[in-house]
Design a protein around this ligand. Structure first.
Ligand code: NDP
Ligand code: OXD
Length: 315
């Protein structure tokens, strides 16, 4: 990348949290000009945009953008914009305080199934006092889809707790204690040994609808699914069918195709589904602004920023 001008002109659009981001950014880069969309700013001067679910059409009002930073790990809200020029670098956050939270979320959700808390919740609803054998954790096979900043941390934490963990990614990975698979050819085999399937993939054209009836049919009978990535990766009707036929024992969902999940959605009162409202991992602003500031510096020096999105693959 070619070196850029000295003083960054930054615009923030952060879905209601603009003031917090602006304060943190001003503290971290006191020499930069930092505005939110509520401020009086000249769109032609803006060269760096910090976006989380920015309003539609905002990108095309900024003719001199040199980079767009996502304020989350996912970049689907940016790369799906039809007005995004092909040559603008899009940069995602890497961990930024989210990996620890993802680990906590998945430890809870995986233990929910491994220790039969779903079974006991159903029993409680019928005032039934029946004890079941406790499975050996080493016999419980967890498959993690996506071994990036978040998936790899979750896979390692579950493995350290004693689960038998495997992981699936686009390119082959080597992670201590984890059996790894890569690519489409290995997908069915990976699914076939996942008693608990965790989805931590980015939303891209390749991953959208990936967990459909065909994929779900490869999971072992009475497998469970945990999805804290994006709702669009699971075909919701196929998931409901797999739960209702008893092929799947349950689903723990932090994300949905439509968020907030509509009040009338069948997920809400499905006895085999646990819902949380997209809270698995929140960006920690301090860590995030530090990453963004370092990347602005890197780009100013003509270096490649860390977390640069490959526009071809979409993440
Ligand atoms: P990364 O970009 O670091 O990692 C993505 C992983 O997915 C990589 O291992 C990548 O493979 C793999 N992958 C991508 N496409 C495919 C494919 N077609 N087939 C197989 N593997 C694929 O992402 P993060 O770990 O930082 O984040 C993952 C997602 O988690 C985010 O995109 C976001 O949607 C979601 N998220 C949800 C939050 C919540 O609160 N619910 C909070 C934060 C993030 P490879 O390694 O080979 O490139
Ligand atoms: C993210 C998210 O992508 O919060 O960071 O979903």
């Amino acid at each position: 990348m070619s070196p850029q001008s000295a003083t960054p002109n930054i615009l923030i659009s952060a879905a209601g949290e603009d003031a917090d981001w602006k304060k943190a950014m001003v503290e971290r880069l006191p020499d930069a000009n930092v505005a939110t969309t509520d401020d009086d700013y000249d769109p032609a001067t803006i060269d760096h945009a910090l976006f989380w679910k920015q309003p539609q059409g905002l990108i095309k009002t900024l003719p001199n953008l040199k980079a767009i930073f996502s304020l989350g790990a996912g970049v689907d809200h940016v790369v799906s914009s039809p007005s995004l020029p092909a040559d603008i670098p899009v940069i995602r956050l890497e961990d930024a305080g989210m990996a620890d939270q993802m680990v906590q979320y998945h430890l809870y959700a995986a233990l929910h199934f491994m220790r039969d808390f779903d079974v006991y919740a159903a029993q409680q609803a019928k005032a039934t006092w029946t004890q079941h054998d406790v499975a050996r954790i080493s016999k419980c096979r967890v498959g993690v889809m996506g071994l990036g900043a978040l998936g790899a941390a979750v896979a390692s934490a579950l493995s350290n707790l004693g689960f038998a963990v495997s992981g699936w990614s686009r390119s082959m990975k080597a992670i201590d204690g984890i059996t790894t698979y890569a690519g489409e050819d290995a997908f069915a085999e990976f699914l076939g040994q996942s008693d608990i399937l965790i989805c931590l993939l980015p939303r891209t054209p390749e991953t959208e609808g990936l967990l459909n009836s065909s994929a779900l049919s490869h999971l072992p009978k009475r497998a469970a699914i945990i999805n804290a990535a994006r709702g669009a990766m699971i075909n919701e009707a196929d998931l409901l069918r797999a739960l209702d036929t008893g092929h799947l024992r349950g689903a723990f969902l932090d994300v949905a195709v439509t968020e907030p999940l509509p009040e009338s959605h069948p997920f809400w009162d499905h006895p085999k589904i646990r819902i949380t409202p997209h809270i698995a991992a929140a960006t920690r602003i301090e860590e995030a602004v530090d990453q963004i500031a370092q990347n602005i510096d890197r780009m100013a020096r003509g270096e490649t920023p860390s977390g640069l999105v490959d526009r071809q693959s979409g993440y």
